[in-house]
Write a protein that binds this ligand. Structure first.
Ligand SMILES: *[C@@H]1O[C@H](CO)[C@@H](O)[C@H](O)[C@H]1NC(C)=O
Ligand SMILES: *[C@@H]1O[C@H](CO)[C@@H](O)[C@H](O)[C@H]1NC(C)=O
Ligand SMILES: *[C@@H]1O[C@H](CO)[C@@H](O)[C@H](O)[C@H]1NC(C)=O
Ligand SMILES: *[C@@H]1O[C@H](CO)[C@@H](O)[C@H](O)[C@H]1NC(C)=O
Ligand SMILES: *[C@@H]1O[C@H](CO)[C@@H](O)[C@H](O)[C@H]1NC(C)=O
Length: 431
């Protein structure tokens, strides 16, 4: 029934954003930033409904490229952006995988941990959470609204390199989308934070029983669950089909691109240095979510000194050396900022929530980003780095996150020409 519509929506808008120089491949000024906008298949929302879909083999540039940015928004059939108080984009993740030529396609309900070798290989980012956890190249949520993900020139994420794709496999991309329709909800924040008592369930997605002490988080708001709505209000809102519209910007691979490594660092990671534990291996264990318990300071209603500031910290050994090119944190409602520190305490990146206005007041609609002058922020291999995620604890928050996206280059662009100064952090290549 919805197939013809999907085909229409999948029509791509394609354009060349900046055409620079002549067709001479030896000149870095030649890089052409290409842009394509695609739509995911549709998903149907009704008041209170949660969807968590795994769209496989999505439209994506197929050649050997360097990704410059990836941006996402939720839209309706007419292409209008959907306000967060109607459909809350809890998270989305862009995951790369290799599919064997004679494997059958996974379904929209196949979770990443079910992609088994040899039929599928997850082509993960550079770490560090480990197998099947936070393997995405980009993973954000409601802050996608106003987030800059553009990598400055000449940096990019190298993908589609035929030499890296195993024989008899094809490189493909998947988009995981988790959204909650809070139209008419009795408690919108409760639905968004997946408070278990608002979802009439006793088991998680995998059929494991939920215990009393699990009060909220992803285990209570999986695909097809429903958050409690005010009955009379709930009937006022129509069922509707929505899409994720995503825009990829890239340059064709060439010798001047400097590839970046992509790390997702989780503030709940329980990794411990060898000196701190007797365990034989230093396993990463990223729990992804955590709870913020309310402190008795709700009357002040603001973060003042360390009162009502819930601080979560994690320390890990950085796996390789390089220069920080881009950084941003992913946090939820109630967050007051996150910081990534080097071993000597220097601030490598600090990222804070940008709050919405008007009908999106109170929602996190963006995060501030870090674009250090390339070369100015060096991280050493084996350096003990710390990341800190702060939330206001004037009230309880369930299932919050503190995840850092760190893009690191092995080398920096050094040029005898003044090019490096002329290239902005945004999508403009200044000539
Ligand atoms: C899958 O493909 C390989 C060649 O890549 C072939 O040798 C093998 O027999 C195939 N296996 C199945 C189960 O079809
Ligand atoms: C639903 O009802 C509750 C309690 O009556 C109220 O606080 C809430 O604002 C209502 N939700 C909406 C979306 O109107
Ligand atoms: C809660 O779930 C039970 C069993 O699945 C169902 O019988 C009941 O009607 C549900 N209650 C609400 C309020 O949806
Ligand atoms: C987080 O809280 C700690 C402790 O109060 C503070 O030192 C740090 O600056 C805060 N970071 C951010 C980004 O708010
Ligand atoms: C983009 O970056 C260039 C170079 O830094 C700057 O001159 C220009 O004003 C920036 N444009 C926007 C829209 O920020």
């Amino acid at each position: 029934m919805w197939l013809p519509l999907v085909l229409v929506m999948m029509t791509m808008i394609s354009c060349l954003e900046a055409v620079v120089g002549t067709n001479n491949n030896n000149n870095p000024m030649n890089m052409v930033i290409k842009t394509q906008t695609f739509s995911s298949p549709s998903f149907t929302m009704t008041p209170g409904l949660v969807i968590e879909k795994y769209f496989y083999d999505i439209n994506f540039p197929k050649s050997h490229i360097a990704i410059k940015s990836f941006d996402v928004e939720v839209v309706d059939e007419s292409g209008n952006q959907i306000p967060l108080p109607q459909t809350y984009l809890h998270h989305w993740a862009l995951v790369r995988y290799y599919q064997h030529k004679n494997a059958t396609n996974p379904t929209i309900n196949t979770v990443y941990s079910e992609l088994q070798e040899p039929n599928f290989i997850i082509a993960s980012n550079n770490g560090v959470c480990g197998r099947n956890v936070l393997t995405a190249y980009y993973a954000m949520g409601s802050e996608s609204r106003k987030l800059s993900t553009f990598l400055p020139h000449p940096y990019g994420i190298e993908v589609g390199n035929p030499k890296e794709i195993p024989a008899d496999y094809e490189e493909r991309w998947s988009l995981n989308v988790h959204a909650i329709d809070t139209r008419g909800a009795e408690n919108k924040l409760g639905c968004i934070e997946c408070h278990c008592h608002l979802y009439n369930i006793t088991k998680d997605r995998f059929g494991r029983p939920l215990t009393e002490d699990y009060k909220g988080g992803l285990r209570c708001c999986y695909d097809k669950t429903k958050c409690r709505v005010n009955v009379s209000d709930g009937e006022d809102f129509k069922e509707r089909n929505l899409f994720v519209r995503y825009r990829v910007r890239w340059v064709d691979w060439n010798d001047f691109v400097i590839p970046v490594k992509v790390y997702l660092l989780d503030v709940t990671d329980t990794w411990k240095p060898l000196s701190d534990s007797k365990e034989a291996s230093q396993q990463h264990n990223c729990l992804i979510e955590y709870d913020v318990e309310a402190e008795s300071c709700s009357h002040t209603n603001k973060v003042d000194d360390d009162k009502c500031n819930a601080v979560k910290k994690s320390k890990i050994m950085f796996p390789s050396s390089g220069y920080l090119i881009y950084g941003v944190a992913h946090q939820h409602i109630g967050a007051t900022g996150a910081t990534f520190y080097g071993e000597d305490g220097r601030v490598l990146c600090s990222s804070s929530p940008i709050h919405g206005k008007g009908n999106e007041e109170g929602y996190v609609t963006g995060m501030t980003t870090c674009y250090p002058q390339p070369g100015s922020m060096k991280i050493k291999k084996g350096e003990m780095v710390t990341f800190v995620s702060n939330y206001s604890s004037t009230m309880t928050h369930r299932g919050v996150m503190g995840i850092f996206h760190i893009f690191v280059a092995d080398k920096i662009f050094k040029s005898s020409s003044p090019l490096s100064e002329e290239v902005g952090n945004n999508n403009t290549i200044v000539m």
